[in-house]
Design a protein around this ligand. Structure first.
Ligand code: NAD
Ligand code: MG
Length: 382
């Protein structure tokens, strides 16, 4: 039996993880969850899965859970460290959205346990710093972002990295694939949130619509697989069936296919030697019609900026990520237009202000400073 701590349990990835657990109750046990403030959903999860540990980020929501002797409650920084370090835990799922997930991913990287990583922003911002902590503490990081899980399945850790010619990360293209950037000025929040293939949290849905999600994934992949950005190509594949492709020096290309369903990469990462059985819709290969196209030319500027982040490293990922989070947040609040998300990122991004120090404090400080700068850019636009 593997004991699982699910961080960000009330979100979209949380739902998929819980479904995989409920289909494999003889092998997987939900021992703890962390939530922000969604009390009603947390109560439903607790009723169904009976975890013994609950971390609550929002102190106003804490009282809603008092007087439950079988449930140990945690909050504050010390509580987060305590719950993540519980000796009974085997697997920590990092499924909080955005930079808010960095602290718990960092603490988890120092446990020697296994992390299932959905929270790409913590790798984009924390990069080599988090990965070197994981190495130091013998912590295993298994990606569950579908593209990275696909690369992981096609490029297992014992495969010599020198054998790789290129890695192709696929992108659905999001809801605006067939529109020119110049036509997207008046896009509404609802249009931007309605992804053609995946049902996800609001932040990643907007990232998919701008294609910034693919840029974050490029940076995430560069760090996770320790490959230079020039090895990666980003290709649009509107059906989201092939999740990534690894091409080797001998001409073989190996890819991973499944319907767009996050339970598939999650089940893979949760499985040991044997695959976990899952009730899923099998692909009907005779009716598949797979197509590929170039990354939209009018959105290459943002891809190029992500490539610069890969090459510069250090805290540049913090700047890219924080500028994007502020831009997305302001778009969702109706403060800026969809296309202005790019303007906020470009006008905020400035690596000349970057220190070389990589520490949790330096990352947090750069995140705060970048958010202040990005909010000023938003004000100047709005
Ligand atoms: P979501 O918004 O649906 O869920 C995030 C959850 O985290 C929310 O329930 C929120 O209340 C909770 N949360 C926020 N701050 C918290 C805190 N400090 N402590 C505990 N919980 C907190 O987002 P999502 O779509 O599930 O995405 C989660 C992460 O997974 C993101 O980094 C995203 O990029 C990544 N991801 C998601 C998908 C997907 O299909 N949804 C696919 C690939 C990667
Ligand atoms: Mg993805």
């Amino acid at each position: 039996m593997k004991n699982i701590l699910l961080l960000g349990a009330t979100g979209s990835i949380g739902d998929s993880v819980l479904d995989v657990i409920s289909q494999n109750q003889d092998k997987l046990n939900l021992i703890g969850i962390s939530i922000n403030s969604n009390v009603s959903k947390a109560k439903k999860i607790i009723q169904k899965f009976n975890p013994s540990h609950l971390y609550i980020e929002d102190s106003n929501s804490f009282n809603a859970f008092e007087k439950q002797p079988e449930l140990k409650l945690y909050n504050n920084k010390k509580g987060l460290e305590d719950i993540i370090n519980l000796s009974e835990i085997d697997i920590i799922v990092s499924a909080i959205s955005g930079f808010a997930g960095l602290e718990s991913t960092y603490i988890s990287s120092r446990t020697g346990k296994t992390i299932l990583l959905a929270n790409k922003e913590s790798i984009v911002a924390g990069g080599d710093f988090i990965l070197s902590e994981a190495k130091k503490f013998n912590t295993t990081i298994l990606p569950i972002d579908s593209e990275h899980n696909a690369i992981f399945q096609c490029l297992p850790p014992d495969q010599d990295i020198q054998d790789v010619k290129k890695v192709t990360i696929t992108a659905s293209g999001g809801p605006f694939l067939n529109s020119d950037l110049s036509e997207l000025q008046k896009v509404t929040k609802e249009q931007a949130l309605s992804h053609p293939n995946w049902s996800m949290g609001s932040k990643i849905s907007i990232d998919s619509a701008t294609l910034v999600n693919k840029c974050l994934e490029l940076i995430e992949a560069k760090y996770l697989f320790n490959l230079d950005e020039k090895y990666f190509e980003l290709v649009v594949h509107p059906q989201s069936i092939i999740h990534s492709i690894v091409t080797y020096l001998d001409g073989s290309s190996i890819c991973q296919l499944s319907n767009p369903d996050m339970r598939v990469p999650i089940a893979h990462a949760l499985s040991g030697k044997n695959r976990l059985p899952l009730d899923f819709n099998a692909l009907d290969f005779s009716s598949l019609n797979l197509s590929f196209q170039e990354f939209p030319k009018d959105r290459m500027q943002i891809q190029n900026l992500a490539r610069e982040v890969c090459n510069v490293g250090g805290l540049s990922g913090v700047i890219f990520n924080a500028a994007n989070e502020i831009a997305v947040d302001n778009f969702l609040k109706g403060q800026i237009k969809f296309t202005e998300i790019y303007d906020v990122i470009f006008r905020t991004f400035d690596i000349s202000i970057m220190s070389n120090e990589m520490s949790l404090d330096a990352i947090n400080q750069m995140d705060i400073e970048t958010r202040i700068k990005a909010e000023k850019v938003v004000k100047s636009i709005a």
